[in-house]
Design a binder for this molecule. Structure first.
Ligand code: PLP
Length: 391
């Protein structure tokens, strides 16, 4: 009986939030590999086209049962009125920027490489003003907003230094200028952080990471109020960036275990962060769950858990970090994150390879850093792997 709680918890929403029902009683979201849907009459067809009735119409529009059911779950997990699913995280980001960023976008802090390229090289080709400021340049934010930028976008925690950005504070400043705030919540996942509850207007996800969780699908999502997501719909439709029904079903399946997966990612990352902090070959550990980490207090105030991502800086140089990365056996050398298997990357050879050494230094990224995506293997095996590689 669920009548004693007005709002179900996240684990319940992950499992039942799709609201999908069919004539056969399928307990999960099946694949409707269907491109178009037929109607008994023109009146019935117009009911769906005009939005009077929910129903399938054409899959690229998102009017497909697998996609609609997935979006119910995605909205529930972020506490949003509406969610749109996309074929990738970058498709979600592009549709967001083209819908709400045309008057100007301010990106705060470190961001995903594709996002940075889109903002710094591509959107300006369309005449869209974009401004990239690091988190120690936040004093420039008000002037940029006064100058007409209408969308503030950021990630928190950021990659690879796990820096924390204060969602409440940025939302207050942006809203004072009539600007919107969008947060890329990929690193935290909805289990650890709810940007909308902290004042953000839109949440973006690369569902390729924790939401999918098994390194077997590429997808993205936007969540927020209906009024803000409605205008995104046409951009998604005509950019053609719809999620495939098979991916929607697979992602809906993954969301059913999101809460238990992320809680274990959190617990294992905390154990590894503490073990690495004690290791003589490690100079510094970047993890929001460590009490002496600079962002710890802010993380406690805006996150429910500290996540599965952490970065270690070796007491050595870039060549030492490369040797350790190459000697790890359980941690696979790969530039993604959020899956059940543990991954390692050296930011200076992958995610931040295109930046000059000086620019990396300005961003606090050293060659001796290794970023770990802590998976769901037995944590003692992961610690043993790190110890043999560091030995
Ligand atoms: C991977 C990632 C993206 C891009 O997502 P894709 O699904 O690869 O398009 C955006 N933001 C963050 C934080 C990511 O990790």
């Amino acid at each position: 009986m669920m009548n004693e709680r007005s709002t179900p918890g996240l684990a319940t929403l992950g499992i039942h939030g799709h609201g999908f029902k069919d004539a056969y009683g399928s307990p999960h979201v099946p694949v409707y590999d269907t491109t178009t849907f037929s109607f008994a009459s023109t009146a019935d067809l117009l009911d769906v086209i005009d939005g009077r009735k929910a129903g399938g119409l054409y899959t690229r529009y998102g009017l497909n049962p697998s996609i609609l059911a997935l979006e119910n779950t995605l909205a529930g997990l972020e506490g949003a009125e509406q969610a749109w699913a996309f074929c990738s995280g970058m498709a979600a980001a592009s549709a967001l920027f083209l819908t709400h960023g045309r008057e100007g976008i301010v990106c705060v802090g470190e961001a995903y490489g594709g996002t940075l390229e889109l903002l710094s090289s591509q959107l300006p080709l369309l005449g869209i003003p974009t401004h990239l400021i690091l988190d120690d340049e936040l004093d420039r934010l008000d002037a940029l907003l006064a100058g007409g930028a209408k969308l503030v976008f950021f990630e928190t925690p950021t990659n690879p230094t796990l820096s924390l950005i204060d969602i409440r504070a940025i939302a207050r400043r942006a809203h004072a200028h009539g600007a919107l705030v969008a947060v890329d919540n990929t690193f935290a996942s909805p289990v650890n952080q709810h940007p909308l509850a902290l004042g953000a207007d839109i949440v973006m996800h690369s569902a390729t990471k924790y939401l999918g969780g098994h390194s077997d699908l590429t997808a993205g999502a936007l969540m927020g109020a209906k009024a803000l997501l409605q205008p995104v719909w046409s951009w998604r439709k005509n950019l053609g960036s719809m999620i495939a029904p098979a991916t929607a079903s697979l992602l809906a399946r993954s969301l059913r275990t999101l809460v238990v997966r992320v809680r274990q990612h959190n617990a294992s990352a905390q154990r590894i962060a503490e073990a690495m902090q004690r290791h003589p070959r490690v100079r510094r550990v970047f993890y929001p769950g460590l009490t002496d980490f600079p962002g710890h207090e802010l993380a406690r105030s805006q996150m429910a858990g500290f996540g599965g991502m952490l970065t270690i800086e070796l007491a050595g140089d870039g060549a030492d970090a490369t040797r350790v990365a190459d000697r790890l056996r359980l941690f696979a050398l790969a530039p993604s994150l959020g899956g059940v298997e543990s991954l390692v990357t050296q930011p200076c050879t992958t995610t931040h390879h295109d930046l000059s050494a000086a620019e990396r230094a300005r961003r606090g990224i050293s060659d001796a850093m290794l970023r770990l995506s802590v998976g769901l293997e037995d944590v003692d095996d992961l610690i043993a792997d790190l110890e043999q590689a560091l030995a």
